[in-house]
Design a protein. Structure first.
Length: 618
């Protein structure tokens, strides 16, 4: 081997080592992007991304090589509030040129992202060049508390769990959210999305910590705050789900007299009639409901559907009305034989299960159409109902499914087959008119629409998936017809409200939750109920303040040692697939101590004490 060959090999080895080190550095950079705090100035955020893009240029084409650094310099002046409107226009023109003439994606994607940001955050750019500062309210905040729709004091209850005060932790959650158990077991935990601990290792398992608290201090054993003096004002709440009961709880604490009208046999809404017991045991839901009803001055009237006549009476009888009927009707698909025996709505199936009417799918082939959490719930329920085969058919790719990744993985572990890129087009029936198979059209993934790649029909023959039962889980509808007849304005079935959730044109009628936003999450419905309670209180002429006397333990010095995130485990799939018992295991005291110890107490360090008390709902 000559010297030249030796040097070449050494050079290659050195390059590989450098790339590995750079990869580790970029992984840290990626975690910093993932932990971008809420409330940050959009101009500053765009500047940081543009600087990263400029560092990637290969230098071969002039627009990217010279244009990106120039754009960085321009946006630096905008971020520093030193640029004028002429400079901002020049920045846009340069970005358009870089986008249109760069050879590769490093240049044109960076410029396109800048242009999109200048449009999306136009008011922020305008404030920087005209008012020489950020818009009012633009400032960093505690990520977990801000990203929780109910704005629960997350660092506070984590500190209480670490101190062993589980009842205090439950009380701290319930200060803003009267469903601590529900959110400990089934919340999609948006609070973890930008946890600052990500900068060190991984976000805290906030939901797991909350679960430990409610497991050791059931919600119905923790005393609620003493309610205010009786106001003799009456409020009707139509819908006994998470949003309606949240509103009822806070109004009762304020001293108002609340009547909840619920169409079904039991309270709970989609927490009871949309989530299977293996994910959320009914007795655990009842703990939250008993805690809510203990607030006093709440009368629950189940099996009392509200139609046009009842709505008129309620609006005249009560001082204020909150409509929180949710979205509890399953959507259907337009395809041949969609009404055949054996074809049913997934939402309707879960609704019957909520009252204890479990299906018997023994030996049957079950096909679930859809890719959301409801589809996974129905697939896993079908496994437990004795189905011989369970298949999920979805028209997009697996990575495009809207279900939580953990739910998808759990379904697969329990034996559910995933067939993707297949769109249902019809039902094949047997001689008796019963479902025999689902007919599908293969799809190919196409352009991005609405944030996700859209499927389009592929030039392939149709497929046939044998099925005795087909469950349609493609969305939910709102039963708003009686309220529309009463004169309440809706748009595509959702109630039209102002920023305070008051129904357009009606002073004393409010609406919120899924019936106003469309199907969303339980925590968003809870947040809406809390906001409406505050606004109804103001409408009635009051300004009650609900205080919490729960002291938060003093913050200790941050533990900056990188550690693994403690995950909640599940019972083995081969065991749990045979029953409807709760699938999750709890943390040990040792595990919860470690996880709580990872909290960086952003409420005391860095961001400072956060502000609370929001009345508008976004």
């Amino acid at each position: 081997m000559d010297m030249g060959e030796t040097l070449a090999k050494l050079s290659i080895a050195s390059k590989v080592e450098d790339d590995a080190l750079l990869g580790a550095f970029l992984e840290r950079h990626g975690r910093r992007i993932a932990a971008m705090p809420p409330g940050i100035c959009p101009v500053a955020a765009q500047l940081s991304l543009l600087q990263a893009a400029a560092a990637q240029t290969c230098g071969k084409c002039v627009p990217c090589r010279d244009g990106l650094p120039r754009l960085v310099a321009m946006i630096e002046r905008v971020a520093a509030c030193e640029a004028g409107e002429d400079e901002l226009r020049a920045c846009r023109s340069l970005a358009e040129m870089v986008r249109d003439t760069s050879d590769c994606a490093i240049g044109y994607e960076a410029a396109q992202a800048l242009l999109e940001g200048m449009d999306a955050f136009a008011s922020e750019y305008e404030s920087h060049v005209r008012s020489h500062g950020c818009r009012e309210g633009v400032k960093q905040s505690v990520p977990c508390e801000t990203l929780c729709p109910a704005h629960v004091n997350v660092p506070g209850y984590i500190a209480l769990v670490e101190a062993g005060d589980y009842a205090g932790a439950v009380g701290m959650v319930r200060k803003d959210n009267p469903f601590p158990t529900a959110c400990a077991l089934v919340c999609e935990h948006p609070c973890e999305a930008h946890c600052r601990r990500t900068l060190i290792d991984a976000p805290l398992n906030i939901r797991g910590i909350k679960k430990y608290a409610v497991d050791h201090a059931p919600a119905d054993t923790v005393p609620i705050p003493v309610h205010s003096a009786d106001t003799a004002r009456t409020v009707a709440i139509i819908g006994g789900g998470p949003s309606g009961l949240t509103c009822a709880y806070f109004l009762a604490l304020m001293g108002h007299r609340v009547t909840v009208f619920e169409a079904r046999k039991q309270l709970g809404g989609m927490l009871r009639y949309g989530i299977p017991a293996y994910r959320f045991p009914r007795e655990r839901l009842d703990e939250d409901i008993r805690g809510i009803l203990s607030a006093g001055s709440i009368t629950a009237r189940c099996e009392c559907p509200v139609g046009l006549h009842e709505m008129g009476e309620i609006a005249e009888t009560y001082d204020a009305v909150y409509i929180a009927i949710g979205a509890q009707t399953g959507k259907t698909l337009r395809m041949d034989h969609a009404d055949a025996a054996g074809v049913m709505s997934a939402v309707d199936l879960l609704g019957r299960i909520g009252d204890g009417d479990y299906p018997d799918f023994s030996g049957k082939r079950v096909v679930v159409v859809g890719g959301g959490n409801v589809a996974m719930d129905c697939a896993r329920t079908s496994v437990r109902a004795g189905a011989a085969e369970v298949t999920v058919v979805y028209r997009r790719r697996k990575e495009d499914m809207t279900a939580l990744s953990a739910e998808i993985e759990s379904a697969i572990a329990e034996g559910v087959e995933m067939i993707v890129l297949q769109a249902p087009v019809g039902i094949e029936t047997d001689e008796a008119g019963r479902c025999a198979a689902l007919i599908t059209q293969p799809q190919m993934i196409g352009p991005v629409r609405g944030g996700r790649p859209a499927p389009i029909a592929a030039d392939k023959p149709q497929d046939r998936v044998e099925a005795d039962v087909v469950l349609i889980a493609v969305g939910q509808d709102i039963q708003a017809a009686p309220f529309e007849e009463y004169g309440l304005e809706t748009n595509r079935g959702c109630f039209v409200v102002d920023e305070y959730l008051a129904v357009t044109g009606r002073d004393n009628v409010f609406a919120g939750g899924d019936c106003q936003t469309g199907p969303a999450t339980a925590i968003k419905a809870i947040a809406a109920g809390r906001v409406v309670a505050r606004n109804i209180d103001e409408y009635l002429g009051y300004h009650h303040t609900l205080r919490s006397d729960i002291p938060v333990p003093q913050a200790h010095e941050n533990d900056r040692t990188p550690r693994g995130r403690v995950e909640i485990t599940e019972r083995p799939a081969r065991v749990r697939r045979n029953d409807f018992d709760h699938v999750e295991n709890g943390m040990s005291r040792e595990e919860v101590e470690q996880e709580c110890g990872r909290c960086l107490r952003c409420d005391r360090f860095g961001f400072g004490v956060s502000e609370g008390g929001r009345q508008q709902y976004a």
